[in-house]
Design a protein around this ligand. Structure first.
Ligand code: AMP
Length: 204
């Protein structure tokens, strides 16, 4: 019988993960299931979840499951999206800010790592913002694509093409991790969060 996974060591246990994902659920039920599984995983590992504060789509599925499993969830939502995205009043702390920029900056500042589930344009924008900040050396927080049904494959191929065609340095491909299961995500977090944190808190 396999041994139960040991909890993450001291520093990742107190980590905060910022989740970017769809405000829609997508067509395949596997997307919602993956979001809920991630929420439960974070609660189990005592990792705090920071996300955009909505209760719809994959955002809501992850937050609901994390809360139901006893986790801590911080939602950060701009005032104008509060009604539009149906802000989640059932999370541990719903913070209302004035602008999208303020929201994204606060989410990024609170995070020790970024995790990205399938999503739409908003998810891509959020991913590429922290990825380009990382490329510029403004922070060194890990950024992990959590793959469901190979959703991120075309994006990874595009990035590889950018490197092949000379629009991106090849070593920058390594700034984006890809995990296709929660155990792979756990490994990626263990590796990256236990590394020295020279610039991890620097975000500007
Ligand atoms: P989506 O992936 O398009 O469903 O959006 C996921 C999240 O990204 C939601 O919380 C949206 O509020 C947010 N979002 C949508 N559009 C943008 C944008 N232009 N800039 C930043 N965030 C966005």
């Amino acid at each position: 019988m396999p041994l139960p996974a040991s909890p993450l060591p001291a520093s990742p246990l107190s980590a905060t993960i910022c989740l970017y994902c769809g405000s829609s659920s997508g067509k395949d039920p596997a997307y919602r299931e993956a979001a809920a599984n991630l929420g439960r995983f974070l609660a189990r590992e005592k990792i705090r979840l920071v996300y955009g504060g909505g209760r719809v789509g994959l955002m809501g599925a992850a937050a609901d499951a994390c809360m139901a499993a006893g986790g801590e969830v911080i939602g950060i939502i701009p005032d104008f999206l509060l009604r539009h995205e149906v802000g989640h009043t059932g999370v541990s702390d719903l913070q209302v800010v004035d602008t999208m920029h303020e929201r994204k900056m606060r989410m990024a500042e609170l995070a020790d790592a970024f995790c990205v589930l399938p999503g739409g344009l908003g998810t891509l924008e959020e991913l590429f913002e922290v990825l380009t900040w990382r490329q510029l050396g403004l922070h060194d927080k890990p950024i992990i694509l959590l793959d469901v049904a190979n959703y991120w494959e075309p994006l990874v191929q595009l990035l590889q093409r950018q490197a092949e065609e000379g629009f991106m340095r090849r070593e920058h491909l390594a700034l984006l991790h890809r995990a296709s299961s929660l155990s792979a995500l756990r490994e990626a977090l263990l590796l990256s969060l236990s590394a020295p944190t020279a610039t991890r808190s620097k975000l500007a």
